[in-house]
Every structure is written in structure tokens, then in C-alpha cells.
Ligand binder design. Sequence first.
Ligand code: SAM
Length: 272
Amino acid sequence: MGLGAENGVAAMAACYQRFDPAAYLQYNYTPPRADFERKDSIVPWKLACLHRAFTEGDVSGELLVDIGSGPTLYQVLSGCEVFNKVLLTDFLEVNRQELRGWLQDEGGCSLDWTPFLQHVCKLEGRRPSAWTEKAAKLRQVIMDIVHIDVHCPQPLALDALPSAGADCLVSCFCLESVSPDLAAFTRALGNIGRLLRPGGHLLLIGALGESYYFGGPGVKIPVVPLNEAQVCASLKESGYTLIRLEVYTLPQDMRVGVDDVSGVFFVKAMKE
Ligand code: SAM
């Protein structure tokens, strides 16, 4: 990385120092964005993409790593039924703390994940009351919650993963919202790819056409505005083969003033 690129990355890290997990959850993981009665709500769309990807039969192995988990768990609710080990990761201690709060099940969580668990149970053809079993399963398979920096050539501590690497990576709204520009986004895709075994899968969800989001009251975080062609080109450049790209366009009433996102992409890809 040159000095200019290093400065850009350092400026992004500075933005994140005021990230507020509870506010972020409130903005993005309550209705209308997480309305399980509506088919066109953004969170049910994401959960359906992940459910499909994890149940098609080609994604398998021992270890699933979630890149830039933030304070959220929805992204591993399908994967925890397929993988015996799930590693959660984030750059910020406040987010890792929020996730530990849920893991320890002693109250004090900023968001109730029950409707998310119930919804994924329904997708799996189980009764909604099976959510307690899914919560127990998730708590059982989460092996750790660790620090990550996707801008480092080696994003995790050396001993965080077995030498063969992870069998699957999932990453949602992380790379484009922590990168100063498209080149940094592409580099970050390459960096996390080094954590994945050849033939392993990447499930990537991210924002389209977004230039900022709020990580808390007055905490405006810049985002690399991406289009579908750029996502595809970055994946190719970073050594992934695209299996599927799906796009969701935000209905007008999901544009609630917490960002300027226009759509969401879902990618299923494989490391070459
Ligand atoms: N995955 C969650 C979701 O789907 O809502 C959170 C996404 S949030 C927009 C971006 C996350 O990236 C934050 O949790 C933030 O702490 C994390 N982050 C910031 N800088 C990072 C870095 N250099 N490497 C990895 N993650 C980073």
C-alpha cells in the first residue's frame, strides 16, 4: 500500500471510532427494513438469499468465518446449521462486546434476535417455535469472536484459523463500508480470500450506489459507491469465480434517511 492508500484506510478507521452498535441496529434491523410480514423488506430478502446459498448442497465443510460481523447475527443463522464451527470477527471491540452479550445470554443485548431466528426456522420448514433450538445451536457452534482488519494482507491473528483455511466466508456490508475507494475494496477482497481454502465459497452481501451511512447519531461514514459490474470485476481480479449475483432494489419507503443506498447485491462465488 502506498502512503495515499494508507492515509485513506487510516481515515476510515478514525470514522469508526464513534460507531454506535445500538443505533446501527435500530436503523437497519427494525421495521421497515426488518419487517417479516413484508416480502419486499430488505432483511427477509437477505435471509432468503443466505438460506438458498447454504442449502443448495455445494457449500460444505467444517469452518465458516463471518467477516466484519458488526453487532449482528442474522448472517450466520442459516450457516450455523451447515458448519460445526463459526468464527465471528469485527474491527471494533464495541461490536465484539455486543455479540458476546448475546452469546452469554445474560440479557443486555441491544436487539432481540428472536424474530430473525423464527423467520429462518420458517425458511427451513421448521415450526417458528424451533427458534430456541436454533439459538442453542448457534451458541454451540460459535467458537470465538475475534479482531479483524480486512486492509491487512493477513486480516486475522496467525493462530485464529487452521492452516488449511476456512471452508466458507460470509461477509455483509463490510468491505465497501470500510474502504476509501474501489482499489481498497478490491484489495480487501483479495486479503480475505487468503483466509479461504481453494474451492471454498464466498457469500458476499453489500450496498449498491451508496456513498455514506450513519453508524450512530451524527456518525456519517463514507462508503465506496459500487455497481454490479464493479463488484464482478473486483471478484475476478481477486481470484474468485462468480456463481450467482442477485440484486435487490430498495422500495421508496425503505429509504429511511440513515444512508443513501439504492440497492443490495448478493454474490455466491468460489475461490479459484
Ligand atoms: N456485517 C454487519 C451487517 O451486516 O450489518 C455490519 C456491517 S457494518 C456496515 C461494517 C462493519 O465493518 C462494522 O461492524 C465495522 O466495525 C467493521 N469494520 C470497520 N473497519 C473494518 C476493518 N478495517 N476490517 C474489518 N471490519 C471493519
